[in-house]
Ligand binder design. Sequence first.
Ligand code: PEP
Ligand code: MG
Length: 327
Amino acid sequence: NTASLQARTDVPAETRDGTRIAVYGNIEFPDEAEHCRTRGADGIGLYRTEFLYLGATRERSEEDHFEAYSKVIRNFPNQPVVIRTLDLGADKVPGALQEVFRDITNPELGLRSIRVSLEYLGLFRTQLRAILRAATEGDVRIMFPLISSLAELRQAKMVLADVLEDLEEQGIPFRRDVPVGMMVEVPSVALLAEEFAREVDFFSVGTNDLIQYVLAADRSDPSVAKYYNAADPAILLLLRRIFAAGAKVGIPVSVCGQMASDPKFVPLLIGMGLRQLSVTPQSIPTIKEMIRNMTLAEAEDIANRASSMELARDVEFFLRGELRRFL
Ligand code: PEP
Ligand code: MG
């Protein structure tokens, strides 16, 4: 029950046969960092910084960014805090920036996310400066969203290198060795995962977008909800491919999309090789408890059986049935 779960929040998520799984929290606002900490998160795996702009009526200054990041880091001074650069556009358009996005015919395939940052470099540089400065206070990592080509990744890294140089020249305190990772949420990246893995320090899989782009089903359109399915065999195949690429190249991989917060997918993901999850704050205690109740062998068996199925609905039915064993 909830009370006993709460009492066990400090116990790490380790499978019965001794495999440690990191369970991080996803946040949208700095206040949520504390909720993650009290629920036993191992750090922040996804800080959606664009929420700093949503509902804002004025420009955000470097100090606004810096303060927000510092607040999050103060909750996790010795644990990873993954700050994702702005993921504006598509489902996240702030009032103040409406003009920029007005004439986009297909917002999900248009100017959004890292593409906005690379188009509006001032915005991007301001954010990167604040992250690098705040990083002196903790174990901060930078993550680029919606990367779709190696050229784009290199361009984003170049801007970062440039900002680093500026701070250096200006004699402003900052952290130089901040790990740089990227979201895997565009099919082109999943297909070439090994090539991308060689150029970043970590991957985080954004299943919300990956599913929408692989299955051509808008993630927020209820009329195509039946086409949007995390249990689709094509999704499982791509996830295995991404996890394998991370393992081969030697970089950590996490999943921060909603799929990782859904208990029925947790044994599957771990069985396919995942060792880090980033989930909604409310689901942290339950997911940690589930992990403590399973063995790696059980999870691998579930993953193997699910991967042999042809239909998403069979995978789903099967995973729902297996869930009982761990809750
Ligand atoms: C995702 O796409 O899965 C993700 C975590 O990012 P967002 O939901 O913010 O697009
Ligand atoms: Mg996304």
